[in-house]
Each structure stands twice: as structure tokens, then as C-alpha cells.
Design a protein around this ligand. Structure first.
Ligand code: HEC
Ligand code: HEC
Length: 510
């Protein structure tokens, strides 16, 4: 966790504390307004005065003062933080809540109630002077008490709205729950060693799987495994990916719809690595993990094999680990980061039992292959992988090449968001679909708001007001979209989608 996100989590906890604290104080003052003061007003003044004097002495104890002053301190910090970081989600609400509590509750107590308490403390309960002070006290003190009860209740409500607006806390709580359930073994990542094609004996080393020929680090596929590529790869912290497919002798992939159907016994292989120096491919790559999806009669088995430091082999892993990577990008900038290998229980959050790249929209592209064909579909057909060319279909464009802006943005959304936000995906029940079909101009969710109190999802012409962009920029990995193992926001993707949103014609929402 970096400094910025630690500060953010602390501020979120302070917001939660201030919401609870001002709620508690509102409750205390509400009790006085609603029945304690009316009750004291019904008994004889000397008794009422004695009771109130006792209350005013006892109230100065640790628990009440702790909550009363502690909440004021939290408000002070939150108010200042909101002003300093005005663009943070919920900043306005946090400032308003702090002002409510500090002004309407803390200052009112100081300037209204405490002087009256002091005056009451100075009188003898039985005296005539006491009775006179008490009559004024009952009216004035109760009035100020109404004010601070209302102000602290308003502060509690505004802090709660700020929490809903920030949501990261909700995210952190959910992440903590997920971690707990993993500890309890409900959602544990498991080792899934897989067997080489044609065998049923699982192996723990990649070299024993017979996917690659010679030095496995060279990633040269053995006969039967065919390299392929997708039109739009999911953003993965700039990793390089290599993909391979294998289908058993006598079987083929059926291409009757947009999603292709893989035969039982098919292997899909994807290796993640980082270039040592992207300016000089000759310096090679540091491989991190090789993932597998193997089609069985019961669906896909997901597995990953993590590469050793010597890059001689990879060993089956349950994932959920951080591998340090150092590399130099095209601009010569060095990166010292860590790459997160997802736990094997995480694969399903995106895959949901499907291969994701095996679709006409992803595999249809031009390329030149050793067998002389000039597009990937013809190449896969020539190698016997697919049974026939697929029917007419949409094709995704490279989000960062020359296609028109809308086509690039919609392709990006389809490939990076559509596997969850689409039919059969894990975010299906949000009803917010980002697949190519649902981002045509007439289907865009232009008038939708996030939750009850959140901002609008997509404001045409105004990327900075769109929840979509805000969620992509989020610091915590739970709120950040696309949700997944990535550790950094996709700057290029955010720039692309911002430009696209800026280009949309404003919609008149009711
Ligand atoms: C954040 C979402 C996400 C997670 C988590 C994820 N994948 Fe994927 N995976 C994708 C997407 C999208 C594709 C298709 C695009 C591509 O190939 O780059 C894909 C492609 C693949 C492929 C190539 C075949 C295909 O589906 O097109 C394999 C194999 C694979 N993933 C295995 C795994 C395994 C094993 C895990 C868990 C250790 C995993 N993936 C976790 C999103 C994810
Ligand atoms: C691994 C699955 C997954 C991926 C990938 C993913 N999302 Fe989400 N998204 C979710 C889930 C689950 C929710 C609902 C819970 C929440 O709001 O955190 C959600 C919620 C959202 C919301 C708020 C929804 C609302 O109710 O208004 C937005 C906006 C959003 N996602 C945008 C995106 C964008 C844009 C991408 C791609 C850049 C993306 N998501 C990729 C799983 C995903």
C-alpha cells in the first residue's frame, strides 16, 4: 500500500468514526430534548436543579468527553483534508458534515449550554435565586440543546452520505471479508496440477507438460500447439503475453457463433512476462507465469505455473502471490514493480467458466504466418484448429491504433470490461453492460446513476463527471475498474475513454 492510499484509508476510517460519533452524540442530546428536560421541568425546582447539577458534574467523564471531543477532532481533520483535496469523492459532504458538528454542536455547547451550566452550578437549589435561574435554564438550555441535537444528527447523516459516495471503505470491508473467507477455507486458492495432452497423470512442472520444445523459456510450441493472438488484450500492468492452443487429434473448435466452442481435451495456454528492455527485444524477457484453461467434460480447469528466477522451468502454483519485476519501457523509463499472479479462485471472477478470447471479434485479424496465409482465421483453419470460418461478425479494433475513436473506445470496453459487465459475467446483475453491442450510441447508459447517491455513470461531453472514469482512477483495487489483479490504473485506456466521452453528444436526461 502506498502512502497516498494509506492516508486515504485513514481518512475513510476517520469518516466512519465521525459518522458514528456524531450519531451517538445526536442520540444523547435527543434524549435530553425529548424527555429528560421535560421530566425535570415537571418536578419541584429544588429537585430539578439538584438533578441537573449532578448530571453536569457526572457528564464530564471519559466516555462522554472522549466521544464528544474525539468526534470534534475527527471533524477538524476531515474538514481540512476535504478542503486540501477538494476533488476527492465526497469532499463537499465531509466539509459540510464537519462544519455542522463543529459549529452546530461543539461551538453551540461552548457558547450556549456551558455558560448556563456554570450559572446553574453557582446557585443553591433551595434559594429563590435558584428558582429564577432554573426557569430560564429550562427554556434556554433546552433550546440550545435542540440546536445541537439537530446539528449532530445532520452531521451523522452527511458523513454517512460521504461514506456511500466514497465507497472505498465498503470495498475495503468487502476485501477484508473475502480475505477472512479465504482464511476460513471457503474461497481458498487451490493447486490444480494438470496432465499433459493424452495423459491423466497431473504433473507439477511446466517442462513435464510437453507444451514447449527445447528450452521452455524460449516459448517455442511443440507440434500440435499453435500460437495465436487476440485483437485487444486485457490491460495487465504492461505485461507481454503469448498464447497457444491445442486440440486433440480428430477434434476441432466450432465457430458457429461469436463465442467459439472448444472440444473436450483442448488446452489454452497464456504466458505472462516482462521485457528486460522494451527498446531492445534481443535482451529477452523475464517470464512470470504460464496460465492454463483445459476443457474437460465438466467445463474448464484453470491452473497456473509460476516461473523460477533462473527461468529454467515453472512450477504449479495456487497463485495469489506478488512477483517483483524490473524492466525498461519503450521510452527508456525503468520500472521496479510487482506483478500479481491471481489466485486460482480468482480466475472464475473473469472467466466464469468460459474461454474469453475465443471469439470471432477477438481472433479475426490480418497477419502473415509461416504457412503463407494472411489472416489468423484462415491460419487456424489451415492448421486444423477450427472447423470453418465463422459467420458474419463484429471485429474489435486496436484501441491505440488508427480506427475511429468510437470503435477504439468500444473495443477497449468490450475486451477490458465486457467479460464481467455482460451476459454471463460476474457483474451481470449490475445491469451495466460494456460489451460491443451495448455501447452502440443508442444503447449507452447515459442517464444512469451509480447507486442511490453516486454520480452519473456516463455524462456525455464530461469525462471528469463520469463515474466510469472515476472508477478507473480509483486507488483501491476493489473500487478500481476493471476489477482484477492489476496493480496500476491504465493511463492510456483512461485517456482513450475520456476522449470518447468528451466526444459524445449530450443527452437530455429526465
Ligand atoms: C481480470 C480478469 C481475468 C482474470 C482474473 C483471469 N483472466 Fe484469463 N483471460 C482474461 C481475458 C479478458 C482473456 C482473453 C484475452 C486475452 O487472451 O488476453 C483471458 C485469457 C485467458 C487464457 C487464454 C484463453 C482464453 O480464455 O481466451 C487463459 C489460458 C487464461 N486466461 C487463464 C486464466 C487463469 C488460469 C486465470 C487464473 C489464474 C485467469 N485467466 C485469470 C481475463 C482474466
Ligand atoms: C472482474 C469483473 C469486473 C470487471 C473486469 C469490470 N467490472 Fe465494473 N463492476 C464489477 C462489479 C462486480 C460491480 C458491482 C459492484 C461495485 O460497484 O463495485 C461493478 C461496478 C461497476 C460500475 C458501477 C456500476 C453501477 O451500478 O452504476 C462501473 C461504472 C463499472 N463497474 C465500470 C467498469 C468499467 C468501465 C470496466 C472496464 C474498464 C469494468 N467495470 C470492469 C465487476 C467488474
Amino acid at each position: 500500500m502506498n502512502l497516498q492510499s494509506s492516508i486515504r484509508s485513514l481518512l475513510e476510517l476517520a469518516t466512519l468514526g465521525a459518522a458514528l460519533g456524531s450519531g451517538l452524540i445526536a442520540g444523547v442530546f435527543f434524549a435530553f430534548s425529548s424527555f429528560v428536560m421535560p421530566a425535570l421541568g415537571r418536578i419541584l425546582p429544588p429537585q430539578g436543579i439538584a438533578a441537573m447539577q449532578a448530571i453536569n458534574v457526572v457528564v464530564l467523564n471519559r466516555s462522554f468527553l472522549g466521544v464528544f471531543v474525539g468526534t470534534a477532532a475527527a471533524c477538524l481533520v476531515l474538514g481540512v483534508a476535504a478542503v486540501l483535496n477538494w476533488s476527492a469523492p465526497g469532499a463537499g459532504l465531509r466539509l459540510a458534515a464537519s462544519v455542522c458538528y463543529l459549529g452546530g454542536c461543539f461551538l453551540v455547547t461552548r457558547a450556549g449550554n456551558i455558560p448556563l451550566n456554570d450559572a446553574l452550578a453557582a446557585v443553591q437549589p433551595e434559594s429563590a435565586e435558584g428558582a429564577r435561574v432554573w426557569l430560564r435554564y429550562l427554556v434556554d438550555w433546552t433550546l440550545w440543546n435542540h440546536v445541537r441535537a439537530a446539528a449532530s444528527l445532520a452531521a451523522a447523516a452527511l458523513f454517512t452520505l460521504a461514506l456511500l459516495r466514497q465507497r472505498a471503505l465498503v470495498g475495503q470491508l468487502s476485501a477484508a471479508l473475502l480475505a477472512l473467507s479465504a482464511l476460513a477455507g471457503c474461497n481458498a486458492n487451490e493447486l490444480h496440477p494438470i496432465a499433459p495432452p493424452g495423459s491423466s497423470a497431473p504433473v507439477t512442472r511446466l517442462s513435464e507438460l510437453g507444451v514447449f520444445e527445447g528450452d521452455p523459456a524460449k516459448q517455442q510450441p511443440r507440434a500440435g500447439f499453435v500460437a495465436y493472438d487476440v485483437n485487444v488484450a486485457l490491460y495487465a500492468d504492461s505485461a507481454i503475453k503469448r498464447r497457444f492452443v491445442f486440440v486433440p487429434e480428430g477434434t476441432q473448435v466450432h465457430t458457429s457463433g461469436d463465442r467459439w466452442e472448444l472440444p473436450v481435451g483442448a488446452y489454452l495456454v497464456k504466458t505472462f512476462g516482462f521485457p528486460v528492455d522494451a527498446r531492445d527485444p534481443g535482451r529477452g524477457e523475464r517470464l512470470i507465469e504460464t496460465r492454463f484453461l483445459v476443457k474437460t467434460p465438466d467445463g474448464f480447469v484453470a491452473s497456473t505455473y509460476v516461473w523460477n528466477d533462473a527461468q529454467t522451468d515453472a512450477t504449479v502454483s495456487s497463485g495469489d502471490l506478488d512477483v517483483p519485476v524490473s524492466w525498461i519501457d519503450e521510452r527508456g523509463q525503468s520500472h521496479d514493480e510487482s506483478f500479481h499472479v491471481p489466485g486460482t479462485s480468482e480466475c472464475a471472477s473473469c472467466h466464469a467458466g468460459r474461454a474469453l478470447g475465443w471469439r470471432s471479434r477477438q481472433l479475426d485479424h490480418a497477419g502473415t504466418y509461416a504457412d503463407g496465409t494472411h489472416d489468423q482465421i484462415a491460419h487456424l483453419a489451415a492448421r486444423g484448429i477450427i472447423d470453418r470460418p465463422p459467420p458474419a461478425h463484429a471485429v474489435l479494433s486496436d484501441p491505440f491504433a488508427g480506427a475511429p475513436l468510437a470503435a477504439r473506445a468500444r473495443s477497449y470496453l468490450d475486451a477490458n470490461c465486457g467479460h464481467c459487465h455482460g451476459a454471463g459475467g460476474s457483474a451481470e446483475d449490475t445491469g451495466l453492460y460494456w460489451d460491443f453491442e451495448h455501447t452502440a450510441p443508442e444503447s449507452l447508459p447515459l442517464c444512469r446513476s451509480f447507486g442511490l447517491f453516486g454520480g452519473p455513470v456516463l455524462v456525455s461531453g464530461q469525462p471528469e463527471k463520469s463515474e466510469l472514469i472515476e472508477r478507473m482512477l480509483a486507488n483501491d483495487s476493489f473500487s478500481r475498474m476493471p476489477r482484477g489483479p492489476t496493480r496500476s490504473a491504465d493511463r492510456e485506456g483512461i485517456a482513450l475513454l475520456s476522449a470518447w466521452i468528451a466526444s459524445l453528444t449530450p443527452a437530455g436526461c429526465p
